[in-house]
Ligand binder design. Sequence first.
Ligand SMILES: C[C@@H](O)[C@H](NC(=O)OP(=O)(O)OC[C@H]1O[C@@H](n2cnc3c(N)ncnc32)[C@H](O)[C@@H]1O)C(=O)O
Ligand SMILES: [Fe+2]
Length: 573
Amino acid sequence: MTIILGIEGTAWNLSAAIVNEDDVIAESTRTYKPAAGGIHPREAAQHHAAHVGEVIDELFRAFEEKGYSRSDIDAVAFSKGPGLGPCLRIVGTAARMVSLMLEKPLVGVNHCVAHIEVGLWKTDATDPITLYVSGANSQVLAYEENEPGIGAYRVFGETLDIGLGNSLDKFARSAGLPHPGGPLVEKYAKEATEYIELPYTVKGMDFFFSGLSTAATRALKEKSNPNKNNIDETLANVCYSYQETAFAMAVEVTERALAHTGKNEVLLAGGVGANSRIREMLEQMCADRGAKFFVPEKKFMGDNGAMIAYTGLLMFKAGDTLSVEESYVDAGFRPDEVKVSWKEEKQKNRAEEIKKMQNGAEAVVHAELKSYGFEKEFGVAANDQNQPEMVVKERIQKNYRLPQIDSKLRKERTRTEVRMLTEARRCGITVPVIYGVSDYAIKMEQIQGLPLKFVIDENETIAEEVGKTIGKLHANNIIHGDLTTSNMIYKQTPDSDAKLYLIDFGLSFSENSVEAKGVDIHVLFQTFDSSHKNPEKLKDLFAAGYRKSYKEADSILKRAEEIKMRGRYIEGK
Ligand SMILES: C[C@@H](O)[C@H](NC(=O)OP(=O)(O)OC[C@H]1O[C@@H](n2cnc3c(N)ncnc32)[C@H](O)[C@@H]1O)C(=O)O
Ligand SMILES: [Fe+2]
């Protein structure tokens, strides 16, 4: 058995643990609670510095009481980042000292990856999409192999402003509640009597929580009326509506990632994962699409030393150790920067993956028009011999979100899709022809081709074609809103040139701004990073095509790069 000591202390919780392959052997924790306001990085660091000695002592005592001796420890793991710089430096220093004392190597662990690995350890999940929602971070990730036995946790979507937990904490503070506000929001939400509309912002696979937090604060002020004595009730209603909106956004992106990758497991990680409503929503979403949902015990969800020790154990066994010189901390350390070498080689089954992918995230595409009840919906007879091949794209009900949120989104997106498809066609973009519309369904041309996801790696020059198409779209101020390689279809015919079709305009809108266009491209580049072999080459080819068809291309590409940097962990975010 391998035995690893791990120290966590990226923010509020200083926690150390010793684990082996099977379980936690010993642990010791001291928690920083801000006297007022949110977490102060320097105060938190002072707290960790003041207590790290006793935490390590207590840990060794508990370990030795179980009959072990210190020399049984094989390595010392620590949180290398992301996190608050001053806190990371204390933990890094402590880890170096313990490592020198024990004469055992150091292992530098990525905190986000540890949140995932502990979930894989403590549940039966094997290859999930992970929804990682904590204070500072909110991401949807999955492991992707790059070469046999070596891969990375790819970020499919993430917050482009602040983390879900911090947004809840910020709102709670504005309502006069103590830190951390997340659990209190959950408590008050249970007393709600009414849903209040709040902004729902998903762009492609990314979400935004800052505007929601501000809107919730505003709603609380506006709706509270001391004369009516309704302050408690309003707080409950806002908390409830906040949760319903924010969690629906997070679950929606998780489902998109499931659809895009064809995976069929979901793992929940991070402090916000303690919330029972987000669990319920994920469970419902998974049940509705036949996926499995996993969540570890609560003590492994928030920041804990065991997750660092366990991930350290996997890394140590794969030979991934550090010298003292290499053991610097990195406050902006992203999970997708970690070279994962501790997993077994995966056997991919492409046919199976394509089959699973056809179950889109928000819509079902019916090719069998008769069985769908085509006549009833559109008032005309189903396909006769003279008509072109058609499909019906139906936005199906999502049981995980409130009916009010659900039907509004579905109607809005159906209407938007029709409007924007028409608009795109007018600008000379190749899109499916529309034959009919109802509240939640669109009857349209069936494109016989393969999603770009499955052809672009073998034929990378298509990326230039993609660039030209998106350049044209942006030159006409159309923002697609969900640019992934699943939302483009490549149709090859023996007698004509191949054609690139753009589909799925449900999140599209018209806007002439560098920001909106930059986000659009950022979303696409994330897909290149997460799902393709040579992302940098694809990006270069895309940029070349984009420049050819759009004269403002350079400023947009530059903005896309800046947006990418915003996704990085920023202190105090
Ligand atoms: C970098 C690292 O330090 C950071 N860790 C972190 O944020 O602590 P974590 O324990 O994963 O999550 C704490 C967050 O989780 C929220 N939280 C805890 N219980 C909650 C609940 N029942 N409902 C909603 N939010 C909850 C808190 O309000 C707080 O914002 C991270 O993982 O991003
Ligand atoms: Fe965390």
